[in-house]
Design a protein around this ligand. Structure first.
Ligand code: ATP
Length: 255
């Protein structure tokens, strides 16, 4: 197999524990996962199940206690801070719930910021395609405060995609959006995968958001407990319900 086959990112035996002794929290309790190249993968699970910890370990924003993370052939878990910063700037894209745009820059300046920081050669055709896809029309010279939440998040998505990163990590990208704006952002992310071959990993609580993914992974108590391919809103809801029922402790003899 060449380097363009196989998963874009992998985790092997990831363990991350907070605290010690009786109060220790096993945020990741031995997670093995492959994220497919050219797919949108959603990570779901109850609050505290380890979703953010997994994403942060994959993206080199946090370090596992043990285990290995490889992203596009780079051993993230073995890198020092300097190389991690470089990897994040040049090979990874990020979308956050809170948009995190630079308030003093215009929409267009925010989108091209990663190229300016990395002093990377600009792929003009790709930049034009991303700007066209983001659909902001004449608002590209507006500052973030002059844009709606949905428009700001579309700018943030364009900023994440403009460097053609190996992976975009999106942490609750629609958590602050109304359903119409959320649908626009999710449609935009999905098209960047289907039309542009982008690979995206997205943490979400929202079954509708998850239904835009090619695959949904379910976490519970720091472990991978299931997955769905080609999810629908209903199949995600059904699976979440089943996992919740399975998690309810049954007293011995109660049956
Ligand atoms: N810095 C930290 N110090 C102590 N405990 C932490 C820390 N970060 C996370 N945890 C704990 O690790 C567990 C997993 O947290 P994580 O944020 O990954 O869950 P999550 O699934 O993303 O939750 P949510 O959906 O609420 O964002 C939780 O029990 C959390 O309280």
């Amino acid at each position: 197999m060449g380097t363009h086959d196989g998963p874009i990112a992998t985790a092997r035996e990831l363990v991350k524990t907070y605290g010690a002794g009786e109060t220790a929290v096993h945020a990741l309790d031995g997670v093995d996962v492959d994220f497919a190249r050219g797919e949108l993968t959603a990570i779901m699970g109850p609050s505290g199940s380890g979703k953010s910890t997994l994403m942060h370990c994959m993206a080199g924003l946090d370090r596992p206690d043990s285990g290995e993370v490889v992203v596009d052939g780079h051993r993230v878990s073995a890198m020092d801070e300097r190389r991690l910063t470089k990897l994040r700037r040049t090979r990874l894209g990020f979308v956050f719930q809170a948009f995190n745009l630079v308030p003093t820059l215009t929409a267009l300046e925010n989108i091209t910021l990663p190229l300016d920081i990395a002093r990377a050669p600009v792929d003009k055709a790709h930049l034009a395609a991303v700007i066209a896809a983001v659909g902001l029309g004449d608002r590209l010279d507006h500052k973030p405060a002059q844009l709606s939440g949905g428009q700001q998040q579309r700018v943030a998505c364009a900023r994440a995609l403009v460097t053609r990163p190996s992976v975009v990590f999106a942490d609750e990208p629609t958590g602050n959006l109304d359903s119409t704006s959320a649908a626009e952002v999710l449609g935009f992310l999905r098209r960047s995968v289907d039309d542009g071959g982008q690979s995206i990993v997205m943490v979400t609580h929202d079954p509708t958001a998850a239904s835009y993914a090619h695959r949904v992974l379910f976490l519970a108590d720091g472990r991978l407990v299931g997955e769905l391919t080609d999810p629908t809103q209903q199949s995600v809801l059904d699976r979440l319900g089943a996992l919740q029922r399975a998690a309810v402790p049954v007293r011995a003899g109660a049956l």
